[in-house]
Design a protein around this ligand. Sequence first.
Ligand SMILES: CCCC/C=C\CC(=O)SCCNC(=O)CCNC(=O)[C@H](O)C(C)(C)COP(=O)(O)OP(=O)(O)OC[C@H]1O[C@@H](n2cnc3c(N)ncnc32)[C@H](O)[C@@H]1OP(=O)(O)O
Length: 250
Amino acid sequence: MPLKMGVATVTMNRPPVNSLNTEHLETLHRTFIRLENEKCRGMILTSSSPTVFSAGLDIREMYKPELEKARKFWRTLQDMWLKLYSSPYPTVAAINGHAPAGGCLLSLSCEYRVIVPKVRMGLNETQLGIVAPQWFQDCMRNAIGEREAEKALIAGRMFSSEEALKVGLVDEIAQNKEECIQKAEAFLASQANLPMLARKTVKLGFRHQTLSRLLTGREADTKIFIDYIFQPKVQKGLEMYLQSLSKKAA
Ligand SMILES: CCCC/C=C\CC(=O)SCCNC(=O)CCNC(=O)[C@H](O)C(C)(C)COP(=O)(O)OP(=O)(O)OC[C@H]1O[C@@H](n2cnc3c(N)ncnc32)[C@H](O)[C@@H]1OP(=O)(O)O
């Protein structure tokens, strides 16, 4: 995590697809805490993979899990997201590859999004037979508005880079990762002279409702997750999805 002029570039590096397991989520959570403590001036979130930003939650954490491990996984996801979404410093996602589901959530939790061409992003949970939690849905709604979010979430739509720009899911398209980072840096530079306290207060004001909804309902949210994934038909769906991903690789 190099800090250049107070700006940190956080590069996710969990091959092959940066899927988010408990350990990876803990690492991200710790990183965001550290950046806050070190009074970081801005953060760029990106990936070391040439084709994938993040494949979302690690499906293996949800497939035939032990109860306590599944609870821990979900609480860690909540912790990580609460830190990122409420970060006092400006944040940009340099989306240098595909960003389905939890990968899309990570980018939606940043303030500004730049994407490379020919990749897909979106909350595709419906297509997997699972339901994007309310706070995932809120993040999408906050980015693209009620009507577009409802359509996208019901369909589990994955947007192309161009479609994402058109609907406001991302702010810019860059030609490649290098330009993505340059554009991310330009956004952070545009924020650098704003009074930090005022900036942070306005950001948190806009995000307050979405954050409070999870903060006041964390246990209920965890219970919904646990009750849902332990259903046999959901487990069957995850099994088939994992098999389809593995078959593709074979
Ligand atoms: C109530 C529940 C709420 C849950 C809320 C959120 C849910 C999620 O975030 S669920 C995760 C949803 N993610 C996806 O649907 C993405 C699935 N992956 C893909 O579409 C592709 O892998 C991707 C486009 C990201 C990359 O494509 P490729 O570069 O062609 O890679 P492969 O598909 O060959 O995958 C390589 C390798 O990684 C495994 N993999 C991929 N995604 C995941 C994942 N999300 N979790 C765990 N493992 C994943 C894939 O099976 C391959 O493994 P091997 O066969 O062992 O090599």
